[in-house]
Design a protein around this ligand. Structure first.
Ligand SMILES: Cc1cc2nc3c(=O)[nH]c(=O)nc-3n(C[C@H](O)[C@H](O)[C@H](O)COP(=O)(O)O)c2cc1C
Length: 367
């Protein structure tokens, strides 16, 4: 039986990637770096790249994520110079009117020849929006309702000639937006760990993304997202992200990991966790609970997988087969070196295990 997993890269739109350490690789986010990463990913058979939307860093000795490229504009530029790869750009409805966004997305769709999808960020991190005065009181309680109204308008503008709308948050009067995207819409995905988010995916998205700091949690989330979608008669794909520390052997990977741990930026880590604790949303508290382990705290947002090629290939198989995951998106300490080593060391083992890697065409038709 052929097994299939789509491979993706979580692009470093931020300085220094996802390891909160003084001893991990250091780099600035740039168009040139991200273009080279896309080229490499494409060459070795990855299907997609994903750029998150970030608006504020976390300080600490390494100034963690002080620098952030904007996701939509970066992806438009990348789509113009990198063929074939599917691209997912992120947008926060809290920051932009739906009619402005609908036209920007249709323009991106034209530049990318239909290869762009949109990740909807429902504003989980208060400080990023509060610094602009764009996190209204109690927004965490109604952010998904707001997002649903926003997305309903966007999808209508993508497909209808004129939209008149009188909602809770927006009013439109004979609002027009041409040209429409070429397939009548763009694929929409969402990254979430909450039941409310899963319901949003089931109702509106082609694909669901999620984090999680144990393999068991990831498998359970994938199956749960598919279950919630199935209850609505829909089929959605699931993807997770992994921070990969790949060694020639398990021992070497552990050595590299200890080196990063020795340089852990405790100040930045404390800043991140204090912010989460202050938000006190159901989702942020669940994340805090999951990340009590030291290993997980060193890596922002993703399960660290620390191992040699066999360990990594076995884990990917477990996620794809037992968890029904359709895609895995990778974070590397150094992306260009990491991709090349993944190609040399892990992809042959996955092929031996009967995997093929999907193509961009497997991803994202408008839902
Ligand atoms: C793969 C992935 C991508 C994400 N992308 C973003 C992003 O672009 N911007 C952001 O602020 N949060 C991002 N996050 C974090 C959450 O999606 C975001 O905080 C969301 O609002 C949390 O929703 P929830 O409370 O329903 O879990 C991402 C998480 C994952 C796992």
């Amino acid at each position: 039986m052929v097994k299939r997993v789509n491979l993706g890269v979580f692009l470093p739109v931020i300085n220094d990637g996802w390891i909160i350490s003084k001893t991990s690789p250091k780099f600035m986010p740039s168009f040139a770096l991200n273009r080279d990463i896309c080229e490499s990913a494409r060459r070795i058979g990855f299907s997609y790249v994903f750029a998150m939307g970030k608006w504020r860093g976390f300080g600490g000795e390494i100034d963690f994520w002080k620098y952030q490229l904007e996701s939509m504009t970066l992806m438009t530029g990348l789509a113009a110079v990198v063929p074939d790869l599917h691209m997912i750009a992120s947008i926060s409805p809290a920051l932009i009117h739906p009619a402005v966004f609908a036209k920007m997305a249709a323009t991106m769709d034209d530049v990318a020849g239909g290869r762009i999808g949109i990740n909807i960020v429902s504003a989980g991190n208060r400080d990023e929006y509060a610094q602009m005065g764009l996190f209204p009181e109690n927004f965490e309680q109604y952010r998904y309702d707001y997002t649903e109204e926003w997305l309903t308008i966007v999808k209508r503008l993508w497909s209808e000639d004129s939209v008149t709308f009188d909602g809770t948050y927006f009013t439109l009067d004979d609002c027009q937006s041409f040209p429409h995207p070429r397939r009548g819409g763009l694929p929409v995905v969402c990254a979430t760990s909450s039941e409310r988010g899963f319901a949003f995916i089931a109702a509106h998205c082609t694909d669901g993304f999620f984090g999680g700091t144990t393999v068991e949690a990831k498998k359970a989330r994938s199956l749960r997202i598919k279950e919630v979608a199935a209850e609505r008669g829909r089929d959605v794909r699931t993807h997770t992200l992994i921070s990969l520390v790949l060694g020639d052997t398990d021992e070497e990977a552990q050595r590299i990991h200890r080196h990063y741990l020795d340089g852990a930026d405790q100040e930045a880590i404390a800043n991140i966790y204090n912010l989460r604790a202050r938000e006190k949303t159901e989702a942020s508290l669940a994340i805090l609970e999951e990340r009590k382990q030291e290993d997980a705290r060193l890596f922002y947002g993703g399960l660290p997988v620390i191992g040699g090629p066999e360990t990594v290939a076995a884990l990917i198989e477990e996620l794809a087969v037992d968890g029904g995951l359709d895609g895995i998106m990778f974070i590397f300490p150094d992306f260009l070196i990491g991709l090349a080593r993944f190609n040399d060391l892990v992809m042959p083992l996955l092929r031996q295990r009967g995997f093929d890697f999907g193509t961009p065409a497997d991803l994202g038709l408008p839902g």
